[in-house]
Ligand binder design. Structure first.
Ligand SMILES: [Zn+2]
Length: 256
């Protein structure tokens, strides 16, 4: 599942293949984008940078155009040597950028759009600080957390990308477990020190996963319902949480 760490890692691969280059070929095989004429609009433009903010990925082209992607639950980016077999069937490719022997492929969208740099900037301004950013404005995170409804649970608030950008459902569960915080606690009962500690750990562990791969992600509670907690052996529980009813996994024995 794509969260800030996997998007950050995908961007590193795309950057190595495309940054500073003019794609030799741009293809939009998916019927949805046939009328958008991206190959014509982006033709001959160099890719200045490949960046991320939270779970958003964007390629900035010369001349003030940006390609914005969000993978949600289904999308995938792949970087392949030209001729190598892709991980998903070609009919599921929405975008192919070819450069210097590389095929950079976006599969299954679902959010893929070309927009002006300035429109992209205003979109990003609505997001909270990036957990995977080089720096992280902890004051801004706290002020956004404190402006949320104080009866809202901390688990649900961690998924709100306007508070902090990059944490998804897996990391939400694992970070609450790692810091022994009950994800059901209302924000009003979560102390600043606890929120800061959780976010510092998020940055450390998610940077590690972005660098070394998702095999380094902690795996204590997520999708481990009805199994014993690795810390206290209480049975791990699962229940839908928040407006979107995303599953939360937690140990009622040692998270409080
Ligand atoms: Zn436990």
């Amino acid at each position: 599942m794509s969260e800030g760490d996997t998007i950050h890692r995908a961007a590193s691969g795309i950057r190595a293949a495309l940054a500073g280059r003019v794609p030799e070929e741009i293809l939009t095989p998916h019927p949805r984008h046939r009328a958008d004429h991206w190959p014509e609009r982006l033709h001959g433009r160099s890719i200045r940078s490949v960046d991320t903010h939270g779970k958003h990925l964007f390629l900035r082209f010369d001349g003030g155009l940006a390609l914005h992607s969000h993978l949600r639950m289904t999308g995938l980016w792949g970087v392949y040597r030209h001729g190598e077999t892709w991980r998903r069937p070609p009919r599921r490719a929405w975008l192919v950028l070819r450069s210097d022997g590389w095929d950079v492929v976006q599969f299954d969208g679902p959010v893929l759009e070309v927009m002006s740099d300035s429109r992209l900037r205003s979109r990003l301004a609505a997001l909270g600080p990036d957990v995977l950013g080089e720096s992280f404005d902890m004051e801004r995170f706290l002020s956004r957390l404190r402006s949320a409804d104080p009866t809202r649970s901390i688990g649900d608030a961690l998924l709100d990308q306007r508070i902090a950008a990059g944490i998804g459902n897996v990391w939400k569960a694992e970070l609450c477990f790692a810091t022994a915080i009950d994800p059901w606690r209302p924000l009003a009962t979560v102390r600043d020190e606890e929120a800061i500690g959780l976010m510092q750990l998020a940055r450390e562990l998610m940077h590690r996963s972005a660098r070394d791969g998702i095999g380094t992600r902690p795996h204590a509670v997520y999708r481990r319902a009805r199994l014993p907690c690795p810390r206290c052996h209480t049975i791990i529980r699962q229940r839908g949480q928040g407006d979107n009813n995303r599953s939360t996994f937690w140990c009622p024995g040692c998270q409080s």
